[in-house]
Write a protein of this length. Structure first.
Length: 306
């Protein structure tokens, strides 16, 4: 009997060790205005939840876990522009997952937020959905957006354990209410041109920084107007600066044959910068908007870093 008990404990110990090795759990520590960028405290982890505390949701913390999707070990992280309640929010570039954030603002309220994004190894977003809203009040405060979930929200709990944070947005004064844009990921398909760059209906976006109004189901390209210093391994930043009613939501597919890179991302509102990695000036970068056809969006592009 004693031997059986000892064997049983040994099996449990081995099982615990295997589970511990298979999945690493950590957090993005509590982050406040002026504290600098915080990331998941276990290397290779990504964030899947958000906790809110302090007046106007001034302090944020997240649970982290090693995702099932392999990460690109040699890809540097990308930090999004700061967003606040005046903008819709920010999403990571296609194929990236949130693993940290930085808060900046007025009077310790941290109402400007930037996301730190890490790259998956050849994976893109699949099923993306918004969580309910949270704030520092456990019960639904007067005037809060609905649905309201209290002080914490988790992509794993609302959708699946394959969902991680891909973006965030906030509303009300000083980013008082927050919600997460949660995505699962799938292996990136082979490079395809999302539409024909030689079709006369394809809209040429012209030179970098040029603003162009396009319908939300248009085919776009950057071809003959790349700046001469663009090069052959450039990240293109794509901006949606303004829109008409009914323009969103819209998914976007893009591709560049010279780099054999392509991807997809989605917009739910204006000023949600996205990055296309990588583009080559020797080939057209083709961009397809997959909206309803009932709205218009003002777009422009830059080389990353401008």
């Amino acid at each position: 009997m004693k031997n059986r008990i000892q064997i049983g404990f040994a099996i449990l110990a081995v099982a615990f060790f295997v589970c511990s090795v298979a999945s690493a759990f950590g957090t993005i520590p509590w982050t406040s205005e002026g504290g600098g960028l915080n990331t998941c405290d276990v290397a290779g982890d990504a964030a899947h939840s958000l906790y809110c505390a302090g007046g106007w949701c001034a302090d944020l913390m997240s649970d982290c876990e090693t995702p099932a999707y392999p990460l690109a070990a040699d890809a540097p992280p990308i930090v999004t522009p700061y967003f606040s309640e005046e903008e819709v929010g920010q999403n990571c570039p296609a194929g990236y997952i949130v693993n940290g954030y930085d808060l900046f603002g007025y009077d310790d309220r941290g109402d400007d937020i930037a996301l730190n994004c890490i790259k998956t190894d050849n994976y893109i977003e699949d099923d993306c959905q918004w969580t309910p809203w949270i704030s520092e009040e456990p019960e639904t405060p007067s005037g809060a957006p609905l649905p309201y979930a209290g002080t914490t929200v988790d992509c794993h709990a609302y959708f699946s354990t394959d969902h991680y944070i891909h973006g965030m947005e906030c509303n009300n004064g000083w980013c008082d209410n927050m919600r997460l844009y949660c995505c699962s990921y799938k292996e990136k398909p082979a490079t395809v041109e999302p539409c024909d760059p030689d079709d006369p209906a394809t809209v040429d976006l012209g030179s970098d920084g040029q603003e162009t109004w396009v319908r939300n189901d248009a085919c776009l390209k950057v071809e003959d107007s790349y700046p001469p210093w663009w090069g052959h391994h450039a990240i293109m930043k794509f901006q949606n600066a303004q829109s008409t009613s009914g323009a969103y939501p819209v998914t976007v597919d893009w591709g560049n044959d010279c780099t054999s890179d392509s991807g997809s991302f989605s917009y739910s509102g204006d000023w949600q910068d996205q990055w296309m990695s990588y583009t080559d000036m020797d080939c057209p970068t083709v961009i397809k908007l997959n909206g309803s056809g009932s709205g218009w969006i003002k777009v422009r592009y830059y080389k990353d870093g401008e």
